[in-house]
Ligand binder design. Structure first.
Ligand SMILES: [Zn+2]
Length: 168
């Protein structure tokens, strides 16, 4: 069985990873599909997506560092034994790794074909992350998967609507 204790994973690292994976999938899908709805040049779509995912991953890592530092400064319980740098790096790589999932179809197929693949890949990714989270926290993996699928799917849908409407 998976568990935070067995994996020797501090809960703050776990939060960084979950947040990074979910946000990386949701935001990048909105960006890549939004850009591809308004721009037909595949090279520009791919370049803009890589720029967006790198900038976002760095920004999220910086945000993770600063917000966790504030929590550590306020907390006197001594349970925050986690490293701020490690938390920020976990956020960066989780975000970047998940963000590559909706971009990958655009590396393989022309934009109109890649778009549905990208959305489906992101939704499957959300489901998988939710499932894994449920296993780790030992609270109904399927329920956790469906919850992540709905929350992430809703956020993705909003991103797609805005992206399509604005035609970046
Ligand atoms: Zn902490």
């Amino acid at each position: 069985m998976l568990s935070l204790k067995k994996m020797n994973l501090h809960e703050d690292y776990f939060r960084s990873i979950m947040f990074g994976l979910q946000d990386g999938l949701v935001s990048t899908t909105g960006v890549v599909v939004g850009i591809s709805a308004g721009v037909s040049d595949r090279a520009i779509i791919i370049l803009a997506s890589f720029v967006a995912v790198s900038v976002e991953a760095s920004s999220m890592a910086a945000g993770q560092y600063s917000s966790e530092k504030a929590v550590h400064q306020m907390d006197k319980s001594g349970k925050h034994t986690d490293s701020l740098i490690k938390g920020a790096l976990l956020m960066f790589f989780s975000y970047l790794g998940a963000g590559l999932i909706p971009i990958t179809p655009f590396l393989i197929f022309p934009p109109d074909t890649a778009r549905p693949f990208s959305i489906v890949a992101a939704l499957i990714g959300l489901f998988a992350i939710g499932f894994l989270k449920g296993k780790i926290v030992k609270l109904g993996a399927l329920r956790s998967a469906v919850e992540m699928f709905i929350i992430g799917g809703f956020a993705t849908a909003v991103g797609l609507i805005v992206g399509t409407f604005l035609k970046v």
